[in-house]
Design a protein around this ligand. Structure first.
Ligand code: DGJ
Length: 729
């Protein structure tokens, strides 16, 4: 049983493969965080948490001065009645008060996992895969009910948490804060880890000591952003890739988020994640309800590697969905860095012809095929083909690409409008704006107000009609700016602070409708590269363009950091031209290939400009990736050497049955007189023998993992060594 309630101990024990999570009910009212960590056979903790009387602390029980909310580890804390740490929820009432007193009311345990209304979430395919505990808390004075939901994925070893907030009273309530999960730890001897960066350098691993006071990461940009990822982890001191405890939260959401850790006066830690309360409020009329996004809780006692493998497996198999979830993904060529806006059907067909010769399977036409878009100054919103560039239309181009044996893919940026467009001329109020204020542009574009149903209808209809007009097998769904003048002409003044979340709900509705209507189309998310690489998007689009930075040396860190939370199959990774367009570096083609082949392989350059020798190398990479891709896309991934700790990086993909593996060692920069690095493999069967490519012969799995292989690389920058490993006995 993955969820047990003990009436005697007044507690719930949630148990998955290696993890226990225990929730207590204190004083018959307050929900407490009692334990989160390694799996316990049984929970026999005290029915009520012992407390001591402390000076200068309010007590919530006049009969018991020892009992203080400020010292109680809580599951969904309020503010204003004794707990001075940051709250998980805050509700403004008509009289101006924001005090709430949620008391435990009831619980139910149900098989499987209900879907979240209007929001992406993890799911079960079979009701036996998970069980869900719903705990209801009520504040009778104002008729507030909060239903906390905990789904335990037993085998996948993860817990999905969310809250549903209901106004069962007679007066309107306004949510000021409605986080998805909050959990209190009794100590603070942790390090904090998160993923931070900016455009073209997304998701760098940042690790820092946990200090007294609050540390938070957030987005106020209207999207999850390049700058921070909706993920935060606490690490036991010295935890590394393979050892130590990790407690991680990830939010299935693509908009403004907050993830916070607070070390309190007693040295306890409160960790929480959810929609960013900054500039957020939500009016709940009597009878209304609000669903928070879902937070995923993962505990690992085998370091960051254990954390990542849990996230990878859950996200790959029970967050991603649809026909492509388990299908091998095609190797693509994208014309963006090959032509930018300067293309016509002849150039695209020539690119497809070269691609076919090299074994590439999908030809993607990027930005510039619609309206009159010769640069980024116009036409977003006008989703009709530009006959100047494609005189015979998309149907003809896609069919001619198809005749060459390649599938055809197309770029869209559906959430935007260019002020220079027919759409904007017809509907100037369809964008997010505040009347009489200037509309701040970024990349010469404005953001459509996805909270409005007519805007959503327009987007769904215009994208769908293009998808129906031609054999389109793939869509790259881009989003190239963040949100300003966040107001909606469709909302009354008291609801203006709902605009950011309504925008994301609208986005999900659009993405859901389109992806369901075109189940055979493979969708790839994108936001100026990796500006929206988050679990919310993955629920609709099983792959995401990882970064606009295609430089393979930069990509070492970007992909390595991304892999902390997201599976490699989700990462679009392309070989591009040299000198690289973002950083000007000249990396070897072998190195560019090794890095790109470690994700979802594509090419993004003028294939016709390659020398014959280079074409030979690309053809080799493509052929090898076809042999390897099941392993890369659906095998287990282990990080070996971090580019955040030294310059070099290494990793290995191992098939589920441990019969096959592919290890990659990358050295970005030459060094004089270097020591020979030793590559210690991971994930193999220690008792099996493996044949290692490159003349290494047969070695035991134990030897390959413990003693490793000394790697010798040619002198020079951007050298790589890839080893194919096959079980032979
Ligand atoms: C940003 C994307 O990340 C690029 O790959 C490309 O599609 C451009 N937008 C096109 O405008």
């Amino acid at each position: 049983m993955s969820i047990e309630f003990s009436a005697e101990r007044r507690s719930f024990h949630l148990r998955s493969r290696d993890t226990s999570y225990v929730i207590g009910i204190e004083k018959s009212r307050y929900l407490s965080s009692r334990y989160w960590g390694r799996m316990l056979r049984e929970w026999r903790g005290p029915a009520e948490l012992p407390m001591v009387e402390r000076p200068f602390v309010p007590s919530s029980d006049p009969e018991d001065p020892r009992f203080s909310l400020d010292a109680l580890p809580q599951e969904y804390p309020a503010f204003g009645n004794g707990d001075f740490r940051f709250p998980a929820h805050q509700v403004l009432q008509e009289d101006g008060s924001t005090i709430t007193e949620l008391a435990y009311s009831s619980f139910r345990i149900i098989p499987g996992k209900p879907a979240l209304e209007g929001l992406p979430s993890t799911y079960v395919q079979d009701e036996d895969e998970a069980r869900t505990l719903e705990i209801s808390l009520v504040d009778d004075l104002i008729g507030l009910e909060v239903v906390l939901s905990y789904t335990v994925f037993e085998d996948l070893d993860a817990i999905a948490r969310s809250a549903r907030i209901l106004n069962k009273g007679k007066r309107p309530l306004t949510l000021l804060r409605a986080l998805s999960a909050s959990v209190d730890f009794e100590g603070s001897d942790f390090e904090l880890l998160h993923l931070a960066g900016d455009w073209a350098r997304e998701r760098a691993i940042v690790r820092s000591p946990l200090r007294s006071g609050s540390q938070l990461i957030e987005s106020r940009r209207g999207a999850s952003s390049h700058q921070h990822n909706p993920f935060l982890a606490l690490l036991s001191p010295g935890a590394d890739e393979d050892s130590g405890e990790v407690f991680a939260l990830s939010l299935v959401y693509s908009g403004n988020f907050l993830a916070q850790a607070e070390v309190d006066r007693l040295g306890g830690t409160r960790l929480a994640i959810g929609i960013n309360p900054f500039e957020f409020s939500w009016l709940l009329p009597p009878g209304g309800s609000f669903q928070t996004p879902e937070a995923i809780l993962v505990h690992s006692s085998t370091g960051l590697g254990g954390m990542s493998s849990r996230f990878h497996e859950l996200f790959r198999s029970r967050l991603c969905r649809g026909a492509h979830r388990d299908r091998e993904r095609p190797i693509l060529v994208n014309n963006w860095e090959a032509t930018y806006f300067d293309f016509d059907s002849g150039k695209i067909l020539a690119l497809a012809e070269e691609a076919k010769e090299l074994g590439i399977e999908l030809c993607v036409l990027d930005d510039g095929w619609f309206g009159q878009r010769d640069d980024d100054r116009s036409s977003l919103g006008d989703w009709s083909v530009d006959k100047r560039k494609l005189p015979l239309g998309l149907g003809d181009l896609a069919s001619r690409v198809g005749e060459k044996g390649l599938k055809f893919g197309l770029w869209f940026e559906p959430e935007m409008v260019s002020p220079k467009s027919r759409l904007y001329a017809a509907h100037p109020d369809w964008c997010l704006h505040v009347p009489s204020r200037p509309r701040t542009e970024q990349r010469h574009q404005l953001v459509l107000d996805l909270g409005r149903s007519e805007v959503r209808r327009y987007i769904v209809d215009s994208v769908s009609s293009i998808l129906r007009s031609a054999p389109i097998a793939y869509v790259k769904w881009d989003m190239n700016r963040h949100l300003t003048e966040l107001g909606s002409a469709a909302l009354p003044p008291e609801r203006q602070k709902e605009a950011a979340h309504r925008h994301i709900l609208g986005l999900y509705e659009i993405m859901g409708e389109i992806t369901r209507a075109f189940p055979e189309v493979l969708f790839e998310g994108c936001s100026g590269g990796g500006g929206r690489f988050d679990p919310g998007i993955l629920a609709y689009m099983p792959q995401i363009w990882t970064s606009d930075n295609t430089d393979a040396v930069s990509r070492l860190k970007i992909q390595y950091g991304t892999s902390l939370v997201y599976p490699c199959v989700a990462m679009g990774s392309h070989v591009s031209a040299v000198p690289n367009h973002q950083v000007g570096r000249v990396a070897s083609l072998e190195f560019r290939g090794a890095v790109a082949m470690s994700g979802n392989l594509g090419y993004e350059l003028d294939l016709g400009a390659l020398t014959e020798a280079e074409k030979g190398e690309v053809a080799r990479q493509v052929a090898e990736y076809k042999e390897l891709r099941k392993l890369v896309q659906f095998g287990d991934f282990f990080r070996i050497l971090s580019p955040f700790q030294g310059e070099d990086a290494a990793w290995i993909f191992v098939s589920r049955d441990k019969a096959e593996a592919w290890a990659v060692y990358c050295r970005p920069f030459a060094r004089a007189n270097p020591p020979l690095p030793v590559l210690r493999l991971k994930g193999l069967d220690p008792g099996a023998d493996y044949l290692v490519s490159g003349g290494w012969g047969v070695h035991g799995g134990d030897e390959l993992m413990a003693a490793g292989l000394p790697i010798s690389l040619e002198p020079g920058d951007t050298r790589s060594c890839c080893l194919r490993i096959k079980r032979v006995g």
